[in-house]
Design a protein around this ligand. Structure first.
Ligand SMILES: Nc1ncnc2c1ncn2[C@@H]1O[C@H](COP(=O)(O)OP(=O)(O)OP(=O)(O)O)[C@@H](O)[C@H]1O
Ligand SMILES: [Mg+2]
Length: 239
C-alpha cells in the first residue's frame, strides 16, 4: 500500500456479464479525503461503486482496500473489511422505522454493545431524522431519506463510505446542508468516495475530483481547477 492510500483502483474493466461499462479506470483515494467522481447520466458512476462493492463482473484490473485486493469478495465480506455503501436506489427499507433501518445497518456487527452509542452519534449528526426515529422510512421527505441512507451506511462503522448521488432530488439548500454533513463525517475520520452529477454541490466539499465520461476517466484535478475550467463541458465530449 502506498502510504495513506486507502483505496487503489488500477486498470479496472467491469460491467454486467459480458457487457463492459468501465473501460480501464485508474483512481486512488487517500485516507481522510473526500474524492468526488463527476459524470453525466450513464457515465458508469453507479457501476463504479457497484464494482468496488462486489456487485458487477470484473474483466480486468485491481481494486485494493488498505493494501488488500478485494476483487472477487462478496459484499458482506467487503462491509466487514470497512467499506460502507449508500446506493442510489433502494437505499432504505421503506416499511421499517428510522431506528430499525439504523439497526439493520449495524446487522453485521451482531450484538456489539456500541451499536446504541453509534445510533446516538448519527442522531446527533442528523437531528432531522432523530426526531422521526419511530416513523416509517417511506414517510420521510426526500432529504430526510437521503440522510437516513447515509446514516444507515455509517452504522457498519466504515473506514470509507461510498455515496451514490446523495443530493438527488434535493433543493439546492438541502443539498448544501447534506454535503456539509458529509464533510463533517470526513472530519470525524471516515474517508469518502462520492459520485455526483451535481458538480457544484460536490465540489463545495471535495478535496479532489475525477471526471468520468462513457466509462473512462477524462480528468483528475482539484475542485478549484475544475470549476475554473467548467467541468460540465467535459460531460459532453465524445470519446
Ligand atoms: N444491471 C445492468 N445491466 C446492464 N446494463 C446496465 C446495468 N446497470 C447499468 N447498466 C448500463 O451501464 C451504463 C452505466 O450505467 P450507470 O448506472 O453506471 O450510470 P451512472 O453514471 O450511474 O448514471 P446516472 O447518473 O444516471 O445514475 C448505462 O449505459 C446503463 O444502461
Ligand atoms: Mg447512477
Amino acid at each position: 500500500m502506498v502510504d495513506g492510500r486507502i483505496l487503489e483502483i488500477s486498470g479496472l474493466r467491469s460491467g454486467y456479464g459480458k457487457m463492459e461499462i468501465l473501460h480501464g479506470i485508474d483512481l486512488d483515494v487517500n485516507e481522510g479525503e473526500i474524492v468526488a467522481v463527476l459524470g453525466p447520466n450513464g457515465a458508469g458512476k453507479t457501476t463504479l461503486l457497484n464494482t468496488i462493492f462486489g456487485l458487477t463482473t470484473i474483466h480486468a484490473g485491481e481494486i485494493r482496500f488498505r493494501g488488500q485486493s478485494i476483487v472477487g469478495l462478496k459484499p458482506y465480506r467487503i462491509v466487514r473489511l470497512g467499506l460502507g455503501y449508500a446506493p442510489q436506489l433502494n437505499n432504505v427499507f421503506p416499511n421499517m422505522t428510522v431506528l430499525e433501518n439504523l439497526q439493520m445497518g449495524a446487522y453485521l456487527r451482531g450484538s456489539d454493545p456500541d451499536v446504541e452509542k453509534d445510533i446516538e452519534e448519527v442522531f446527533q449528526l442528523f437531528p432531522e431524522i432523530a426526531r422521526r426515529k419511530h416513523q416509517k422510512a417511506r414517510t420521510l421527505s426526500g432529504g430526510e431519506r437521503q440522510m437516513l441512507a447515509v446514516a444507515r451506511a455509517l452504522m457498519s462503522r466504515p473506514k470509507i463510505l461510498l455515496l451514490d448521488e446523495p443530493t438527488t432530488g434535493l433543493a439546492p439548500k438541502a443539498a448544501s446542508i447534506l454535503m456539509k454533513k458529509i464533510a463533517e463525517i470526513r472530519d470525524k475520520g471516515v474517508t469518502i468516495l462520492v459520485v455526483e452529477q451535481n458538480v457544484h454541490k460536490a465540489l463545495e466539499v471535495a478535496d479532489r475530483a475525477y471526471v468520468l465520461v462513457s466509462g473512462r476517466i477524462v480528468r483528475e484535478a482539484e475542485p478549484k481547477t475544475l470549476l475554473e475550467e467548467g467541468v460540465e463541458k467535459l460531460f459532453f465530449q465524445t470519446t
